[in-house]
Design a protein around this ligand. Sequence first.
Ligand code: C5P
Length: 275
Amino acid sequence: MIRTEPAPAKINLALHVTGRRADGYHLLDSLVVFTALGDRVTVAPGPAALTVTGPFADAVPTGEKNLCLRALRHVGMQAAVTLEKNLPPASGIGGGTADAAAVLRALGAAPDRPETLGADLPACLLSRPLRMQGVGERITPVALPDLHLVLVNPRVETPTPAVFAALERRDSAPLPDLPALADAAALTEWLSATRNDLQPPALGLRPVIADCLAALSAQNAGLARMSGSGATCFGIFADAPAAEGAAQAIAAAQPGWWVRATVTIPGLPSGGAGG
Ligand code: C5P
């Protein structure tokens, strides 16, 4: 059977680094959402193989390192995978991990210790609003209002290990408890008391991230922040027309950047892993 699965972009609305494990991995406390925008994965019967299409196809490694193929090996399954790569790679919004999760969902596979494939993999398997703790393996679904977002990426890849290595503070408090949030404005207000601890080290490595944040703020984003280890930044806007207007203005001023308006999703159309 041929199956197609969305691989939604992952956005860390807040990310606190609360400690470090003996093996060097960092303990996180992150509020995570997924967007209508994403890659798309199709699996068909056949020997393990990968074909990549889409605007960022050239940037995807197709050999042994590719996370879709590693996911197949992890669960001992074979499939011919076609990946439509719409998201810029190495950009803090899930990317390869989201693709691997989509392959596993398409095959109905329930992997053992999915976080060993990528810290974001347990979150991407669910692709719904959630709190992520531990190194990514502790997942708690949460109820959040929909958010209209603008995503801005300056088209410089930002390697996650380098950002973690440049991190100076690893002792943040956990996220404050999440109250019932009536609307996007209440969520934005709550987020203003949180941060992304990876933003300062990423800014040090990629100063252009400051320009992305400034561009979102200049469009009156309710909050402008970096996602994951960057370099993609998000801005929160009041509604879809406001987000689309801001995206158009930023794209016109910075034709070399990747800029998209999108909206967060309450969950996957199929209802979750294997569904
Ligand atoms: O698992 P993932 O591929 O996302 O991690 C990439 C790198 O980021 C790891 O090799 C590690 O250096 C760093 N990392 C970390 N703590 C985490 C997640 C990632 O130190 N919780």
